[in-house]
Design a binder for this molecule. Sequence first.
Ligand SMILES: Cc1ncc(COP(=O)(O)O)c(C=O)c1O
Length: 370
Amino acid sequence: MDVMAAAARIEAAGGRVVHMEVGQPAVGAPTPAIAAVRAALGSGPLGYTESLGIPSLRVAIARHYTDIYKLPVEADRVIVTTGSSAGFILAFLSMFEPGDRVALANPGYPPYRHILTALGCEPVLVQTEAANRFALTGEALLAAHAKKQLAGVIVASPANPTGTMMTPKALAELVAASESAGIRVISDEIYHGLDYAVPAETALRLSDSAVVINSFSKYFCMTGWRIGWMVVPPPLVRPIDRLHGNLAISVPTLSQIAAEAAFKGRDELEAIKHGYEDNRKILIEGLPKAGLDKFLPVDGAFYLYADISKFSDDSFDFAKRLLQEAHVAATPGVDFDPLNGRHFIRFCYAGSAADMREAVERIGNWLAKL
Ligand SMILES: Cc1ncc(COP(=O)(O)O)c(C=O)c1O
């Protein structure tokens, strides 16, 4: 947020900033989503919906699992949420008690630990390593569990900020290890659809008790619509229904209408994904020539996590100077990793190819002068 504010000041003074700091698509919702909303606006009042979501949207989400993963999922297990962010709150409230310990990969998406802390649970950061593609392993999880009992684990593949993925085999091993120890699995699948290195596997295929959380924010380009979903084991449906009914009543109706129609926009969304693949290639080829030759495997999502330790051991200062002096906005690793984040910078490559080329050139010129 500090980087964004500083970028806005540069732009207000007439400068041009290449934005690679915020993790969101540069384009909006697919055309069928917009058309459905336009039609809905002219056709009567928009009331509350069922707390679990509009039934036809829940059916469409369930069908998504047959279409994409060839895995039948009952619509009764699907719950529509206000972004995946609300899915986390509902999952943690329904699965854990205050004091429960929940394992997370470090580096990782900060709200996991912040939401857990706010709800009185204890986030347990498990350090990941290059040898495991910066993902949690069953072995590391069971070692943390042996020290002090864990109630749950959150996995994400593709992951933010690293952009790395777990192979289906690695995910299966982690899920099996968790289940053998009675550790409940929450799989954040928000970046599914944006997989380049290996196919993204859903935890739903690997476990009947895993909770899967997903969103229309990233692949579907609908961050501001605030809509996502969960697929939960049958015993959790009613508790979450009651929680959600009390906390929010229902998810905004217009966003639910847009989301259902978004499934019809797959051709547009695949074209956008191909754009990310082109951007990924520009960065993988261009950044080493520009001087940033060490980064994590760029497997999925739209992030590249670069090691800047050759230039700085303060990623916050590095990001500030990269913005002030080269007008490229990126996110310091300290946001995602309290242990080693000072050596990393996250670049989001969800912008245009022209922006990616310009960023590579600016970074190269700037690093050459350091
Ligand atoms: C890994 C991960 N999970 C969840 C979210 C939250 O997304 P939303 O609430 O828009 O679905 C984000 C947002 O950047 C994310 O990167």
